[in-house]
Design a protein around this ligand. Structure first.
Ligand code: BDR
Ligand code: CA
Length: 314
């Protein structure tokens, strides 16, 4: 099974992804080596405490949770309280977790674990890419030590979700994201083009809430706020659980459809800073960058069923 280091900004859909990963670990289908948190939906200390809250609610696994970058590399920090609540978990105001974050910074944790298991670690990143960018700066050999990097972020033919063209995770730290796309490691990128069509609606949310186990009720409670926040965008109640699609494509890559293209991040555009740009021309590539495997679609029904089963499995 894949050995995953999860870097996130927990966050409602990150929380659902932690539950999904916990279900995979409990089923023996994945190993969770560690979690690191980053600024984004919320500050990284709150994100780390949220991570512990969610993993404890799932009954494990118990893994190191490292606090990471509190700011982007070259701009001010912004949080997403309108989407995730002031506590990052839909204003559910959960009690303090029993566990504590570790003292090691998240970027150092990435480097240490990559060195400890060369060629084995999959980095799953569903927040801004500051920790991954910092890890690349810390250790120039990091790309050769990592099995695969799976990122939720970006938007190509789909509009942005934080500006007209930019997706939130990339927009929160464009410089870090561009470092990640420039590095010579295998990347799977899961942009809004793939995640937005996976939106779940009342039928799915009701099935989750009606299941009635502690974990399904915990998940349903957190999703309430998110479903309200998404109503104007989706024109009906529902939720786009972006980050879980990236996680699922690690264990079930055949659920995705992909294009292989070099990706860059717009760093200077007046209206487009933080936008992902791919080279879709059919000319011979004049780009020295290694092509990124970009998910352009997925088997939506399978994704929704598998995620629901995972959340109901505890
Ligand atoms: C991404 O932004 C965050 O708000 C979500 O958690 C997800 O990772 C979607 O653009
Ligand atoms: Ca996220």
């Amino acid at each position: 099974p894949p050995k995953i280091l999860y870097d996130c900004d927990t966050g409602i859909d990150d929380a659902m992804t932690l539950l999904y990963l916990a279900s995979l670990v409990q089923a023996g289908e994945a190993e969770l080596a560690a979690v690191g948190t980053v600024h984004g939906n919320i500050d990284p200390m709150t994100g780390a405490l949220n991570t512990l809250r969610v993993l404890e609610a799932a009954g494990g696994p118990v893994v190191p949770v490292a606090v990471g970058a509190a700011r982007p590399m070259a701009q001010d920090v912004h949080y997403a309280v309108d989407w995730h609540g002031t506590d990052g978990l839909g204003d559910t105001r959960l009690p303090e977790p029993a566990g504590r974050p570790t003292a090691e910074p998240a970027a150092a944790q990435i480097v240490r674990l990559a060195r400890a298991m060369p060629g084995e670690l999959t980095l799953l990143a569903t927040g801004p890419l500051t920790n991954l960018g910092a890890a690349l700066l810390l250790d120039g050999e990091l790309p050769s030590l990592i099995r695969e990097v799976v990122v939720m972020g970006g938007a190509f033919d789909h509009p942005g979700n934080i500006t007209t063209h930019a997706e939130a995770n990339i927009w929160h730290d464009p410089e870090a994201a561009d470092l990640v796309f420039a590095a010579d490691w295998p990347i799977v990128l899961v942009p809004l083009d793939a995640t937005h069509p996976t939106a779940v609606h009342d039928d799915w949310l009701d099935r989750l809430a009606a299941h009635g186990t502690p974990v399904s009720r915990f998940a349903a409670d957190i999703l309430e706020f998110y479903a309200d926040a998404y109503t104007p965008t989706l024109k009906r109640r529902g939720a786009v659980i972006h980050d879980a699609l990236a996680a699922m494509l690690i264990v079930d890559p055949e659920l995705g459809e992909y294009a292989h293209r070099p990706v860059r991040v717009e760093l200077r555009g007046e209206l487009t800073r933080g936008t992902t740009v791919w080279d879709a021309r059919s000319l011979p590539a004049d780009d020295a960058r290694r092509p990124v495997k970009v998910a352009v679609g997925s088997d939506v029904a399978e994704f929704q069923e598998r995620l629901l089963s995972a959340l109901m499995a505890f």
